[in-house]
Design a protein around this ligand. Structure first.
Ligand code: SF4
Length: 323
């Protein structure tokens, strides 16, 4: 918990808890026994890709505000250059075999994303008073600056920042909020069912109805649609697919129902987290145990799973790698 006054977990902690309660408990209760090394390639490439996309968005925004555009070739080249820089920061190169494999499956998606982001710049609304382009990348969400996070209900918060949140004008003259995330997973992410996107959409709807955040819709003379929030995922691994972008509109009624579900989960997480042992947490052995869980050496259920699926030698090999 981030405070004694309220329960607060991030959307990614909610997802971890959903995948395996025991891993969630271990994440929050270090015991000094070290970690089981994990295969970080996918996560590192994802992080570099994400950071490159966010920097690219910043460049596009600056170019757009200055009245400039770039052609397809330049757009793709810029994104690739940024990706190379962020890979280098993590001591990786696109020519390393595991990195090349990850990137080749996302190459179509990255090209499409470069053009989608460029072409979408003209769709963001402009504040009629300040002339500001109303789109924000990676902005930490809050209602009042002294209290971090999204208030889901009194006593329940979640700290998060969307890849993109912005305001677009619609055909009827009103303005609509869009929450967009770029996803590098091997399966399509549907925005309507993504915890992070729902929390961010709840924040946007709360701000439309009762503006408090000092940089979003407060004090802006815009007619904002308060019936639903547009949500979108860009699925980078599906660049050749119709599900490259998945869009939906989440109504207020649906947001309330999803909000209640997440609050119930936060309460459950808090109760399990507050326990001194992992006994209350239910382990969920899965494909994540062997190469992606840093707590395998602390988890009897995970060890049993590895032993049954891969044999005792594989288990001993993994346990011998603990650092
Ligand atoms: S090893 Fe598997 S079951 Fe155990 S905590 Fe990790 S993910 Fe959960």
């Amino acid at each position: 918990m981030a405070s004694t006054d309220y329960i607060s977990y991030s959307p990614s902690a909610v997802d971890t808890f959903g995948n395996c309660e025991t891993r969630f408990w271990f994440d929050n209760h270090a015991d000094g026994s070290g970690v089981t090394p994990t295969d970080d390639t996918a996560a590192s490439v994802s992080r570099a890709t994400h950071d490159a996309l966010m920097d690219y968005h910043g460049q596009l925004e600056a170019l757009h505000v200055a009245g400039h555009s770039i052609d397809d070739e330049t757009a793709i080249k810029r994104l690739n250059q940024l990706l190379d820089r962020h890979l280098q920061e993590q001591n990786m190169s696109r020519f390393d075999d595991p990195v090349a494999r990850r990137l080749s499956s996302a190459s179509n998606g990255l090209h499409r994303a470069a053009l989608l982001m460029r072409d979408g710049m003209k769709d963001w609304s402009i504040d009629p008073d300040s002339g500001q382009l109303l789109v924000w990348a990676e902005a930490p969400l809050y209602h009042e600056s002294e209290v971090a996070g999204v208030e889901l209900k009194p006593g329940f918060r979640s700290r998060t920042r969307p890849d993109i949140v912005g305001i677009r004008s619609s055909d009827d003259g009103t303005h609509r909020v869009l929450v967009r995330d770029y996803k590098a997973r091997g399966s399509v992410v549907y925005p309507r069912f993504d915890t992070g996107i729902i929390v961010r959409s709840w924040w946007a709807m709360s701000e439309i109805m009762s503006p408090k955040c000092d940089w979003f819709v407060k004090d802006r003379s815009l007619a904002l649609d308060d019936t639903s929030i547009d949500v979108e995922t860009v699925n980078l691994q599906f660049g050749a697919d119709t599900e490259f972008t998945v869009s939906a509109a989440v109504t207020l009624k649906a947001l309330v129902s999803e909000r209640d579900r997440i609050v119930d989960t936060l309460q459950e997480m808090h109760e399990i987290d507050a326990a001194d042992t992992a006994d209350r947490a239910v382990p969920t052995p899965s494909g994540l145990c062997r190469n992606h869980c840093p707590h395998l050496h602390r988890c009897f259920a995970g060890q049993q799973h590895i032993q049954k699926r891969f044999g005792v030698a594989a288990l001993h090999q993994r346990l011998s790698e603990v650092v």
